[in-house]
Write a protein that binds this ligand. Structure first.
Ligand code: TYM
Length: 368
């Protein structure tokens, strides 16, 4: 694979993702200044992840805003495939989901695709996915969702709620569609082939338009859903796409549950975070202090800076100061890493406290 090549599918993300190319390849729309203005007029402010272009692309977001302005309701749907513990990249779409819920007073549905992860990974058992399902749900609840307007769907448990709609959808998808979108072959198990119908089903759980915040890797499923929707008399789901948080190893690697030392988990202790950032976080700094003071560092490829930009430093002027000091050489790599460690640990301290609370109320969220 050359430096310019990249792959983005729901099961495989690799390379230096060119998000502009991805907009073309996937046929989505960039989140324009006009849409951001429109959002700001409605909500009174713009979440920093939207302002900074961490959420950069969409499908039919304008229609969702039309719905709202016509005093009609929409709902929000997102999810997680429980293949491991939650890492900080997963929180990106969930935090935006919470913001949308608060601003638009919507219901939220959160799907745990335990079936998908069992089908997709030959080394994973149903017992393992069920343990991770529980862990991932706790992280989601800990972000502040409330049971009166948030429902959690666990595919293997709630299949009865999903199955009639899943059948309607499955009947409209043929094998060649699935092969064309996902590149499946004759070796692919039939669970995987059927699965898109299950990820599509919650789009129609309420008879209202839906908005789905997600990482762009999940878009291919909903391209299929959008083709099917009019064929079964439903509204096409609208989507808002986020960038993929890179792993500690560098901006060419997606953070992924399966690569332990390249990931920060929501359950990591302060010393683990410190160790991981200091030891593994790719630095955009120069090889020695003298050179760094002279030439400065490159925030674009510096993982500590990128984590601050994507998630941990919501304050724009503070972020700008870090950026400028690093670029000018005033701020050293070690100092930038210390800022990132402190910010991540402050966030995780509160999050881990909320996780302990969340365990007590979990049952109230599960769809009955
Ligand atoms: P999963 O478990 O791979 O990821 C959960 C959500 O997190 C996003 N994501 C990331 N975002 C930023 N940086 C990363 N490094 C990163 N890694 C993952 C994903 O895009 C996703 O939004 N099949 C889905 C589960 C699912 C779902 C849904 C997702 C079921 N229904 C509806 C979105 C919307 C999955 O395996 O996601």
């Amino acid at each position: 694979m050359s430096r310019e090549d990249f792959t983005v599918t729901p099961w495989h993300v690799e390379g230096n993702i060119d998000y502009n190319k991805l907009i073309e390849q996937f046929g989505t729309e960039r989140i324009s200044e006009q849409i951001l203005d429109r959002l700001e007029k409605i909500t009174g402010d713009i979440h920093f992840m939207l302002k900074r272009g961490i959420f950069f692309s969409h499908r039919d977001l304008n229609k969702i805003l039309d719905t709202h302005e016509q005093n009609n309701e929409f709902f929000v749907y997102t999810g997680r495939g429980p293949s491991g513990n939650t890492h900080i990249g997963h929180l990106i779409p969930w935090v935006l989901t919470k913001w949308i819920q608060d601003k638009f007073h919507t219901n939220v549905y959160f799907q745990l695709s335990d079936d998908e992860k069992f089908f997709a990974n030959k080394d994973i058992t149903l017992d393992m996915v069920s343990r991770f399902t529980y862990e991932n749900i706790i992280d989601f609840i800990a972000l502040g969702f409330k049971p009166h307007n948030t429902k959690i769907i666990i595919n293997t448990k709630n299949i009865g709620n999903l199955y009639p709609t899943t059948c309607q959808i499955a009947k409209k998808i043929n094998l060649s569609n699935i092969k064309a979108v996902f590149g499946f072959t004759n070796d692919t198990n039939i669970g995987m082939i059927f699965y898109t119908a299950l990820q599509s089903a919650p789009c129609f759980i309420e008879n209202k338009p839906v908005l789905i915040p997600l990482g762009i890797d999940q878009d291919p499923h909903f391209r299929i859903t959008r083709d099917v929707a009019p064929k079964i008399g439903k509204i096409k789901p609208a989507i808002i796409h986020g960038m993929m948080m890179p792993s500690l190893m560098g901006v060419n690697n997606k953070m992924s549950t399966s690569k332990k030392n390249s990931v920060i988990y929501t359950t990591d202790s302060p010393s683990t975070v410190k160790n991981k950032i200091n030891k593994y976080a790719f630095s955009g700094g120069q090889s020695d202090i003298k050179l760094h003071r002279k030439k400065g560092g490159d925030p674009k490829i510096d993982i500590s800076y990128q984590y601050l930009r994507m998630f941990f430093e919501p304050n724009d002027s503070k972020l700008k100061r870090i950026h400028d000091d690093y670029t000018s050489g005033r701020l050293l790599t070690g100092e930038l890493k210390s800022i990132a460690i402190e910010k991540i640990n402050n966030f995780l301290e509160i999050h881990q406290q909320r996780r302990k609370e969340a365990v007590k109320y979990m049952k109230e969220y599960i769809l009955q």
